[in-house]
Design a binder for this molecule. Structure first.
Ligand SMILES: [Mn+2]
Length: 322
């Protein structure tokens, strides 16, 4: 049943228990990291024992404080938490290895802003209209905890990341009010912006170049797609973290209404990212392959060869474009 709990109910859970585990999604982005570390910092301030489960992430996110809460993956077996909080995870599978801890924890909380979220927690706070999990978390924490510079930095970072620097249409007056309030804590907002959106490594730029060489426009340029194979990743010395910016670059091409980027993470594991303008729904498209996300930004994983994965995507896109 898609029913939300109140902020008070969830906050009471935090008050009444001591050890709280927090996880974000696989290949964590600014919102997942910001949300996990902001909540960890806030709970620590309340005197709680806190463990954060997050996969290793790119150095560009190191501006977000609280990294020391993250437990190495080989220590997950030691976790004995009373409450588990999943943040920014549209579905349970997005948690990756943390899923086993989620499954064995008695009290499970799901806080998220993905429209495809299935309310998989025992307690849920899901708002598909929120720009980011961090915006949602800000609303939960602002009246309950004494915010400080570190918590504010983490929350602001997540909001900034998921709105693409307050540019995506998910940005609302409430988003900017949250950001304005967080700015009063003397946060390094200029550095956050530069680290997230300006600085790219030479390798990332080169693989973006290859992605554009490989790109093909279809339907009079309304649809643009590209692929990067595993052997190309190896050729450029890239990891999957280096291809994260490609989808937004494809989408930014003038006239593109729908963009798709596929890369081979492992043999027969193809990650698909989708972006679109109003009038399309890529969340629906991704859900055909068991994925999800937002109306304008979504993704899925196809367990097949690149060739077959691409053919399947193009077939779905054909139906949308006609
Ligand atoms: Mn998010």
């Amino acid at each position: 049943m898609r029913m939300n709990n109140s902020f008070e109910e969830v906050f009471t859970l935090f008050q009444e228990h001591n050890h709280i585990a927090i996880a974000g999604h696989q290949n964590p982005d600014g919102d997942a990291i910001g949300a996990c570390l902001a909540l960890a910092l806030a709970l620590k301030k309340m005197g709680k024992e806190v463990t954060v489960l997050l996969e290793p992430y790119k150095e560009m996110y190191d501006v977000i404080p609280g990294k020391s809460f993250i437990l190495p993956q080989d220590k997950y077996g030691d976790i004995d938490a009373e409450v588990f909080v999943a943040l920014d995870c549209g579905d349970v599978m997005r948690m990756g290895d943390a899923i086993s801890i989620f499954d064995k924890t008695a009290i499970r909380v799901n806080i998220d802003h993905h429209i495809s979220n299935e309310f998989y927690g025992g307690f849920n706070i899901v708002d598909g209209d929120a720009s980011s999990t961090c915006e949602l978390l800000y609303r939960l924490l602002r009246d309950a905890v004494d915010l400080d510079r570190d918590i504010a930095t983490a929350l602001y970072a997540g909001i900034l990341y998921d709105t693409g620097g307050f540019r995506h249409t998910s940005t609302s007056p409430a988003t900017l009010n949250a950001a304005a309030e967080l700015m009063t804590y003397d946060i390094p907002f200029n550095r956050i912006h530069n680290d997230f959106f300006e600085r790219k490594s030479y390798q990332e730029m080169k693989i973006i170049g290859r992605a554009f060489q490989n790109a093909s426009p279809l339907y009079n340029g309304k649809f643009l797609y590209s692929t990067i194979t595993l052997s190309e990743m190896q050729e450029f010395g890239c990891t999957f973290q280096d291809v994260g910016a490609i989808i937004s670059q494809l989408k930014s091409v003038k006239g593109t209404e729908l963009a798709c980027f596929l890369y081979e993470k492992e043999p027969n594991v193809v990650k698909v990212s989708l972006r679109c303008e109003d009038g399309y729904d890529v969340c629906k498209l991704a859900s055909v392959f068991g994925g999800g996300g937002h109306q304008k930004a979504a993704g899925c994983t196809i367990f097949d060869t690149m060739e077959k994965a691409l053919a399947m995507i193009l077939k779905e896109v054909e139906q949308i474009m006609e």
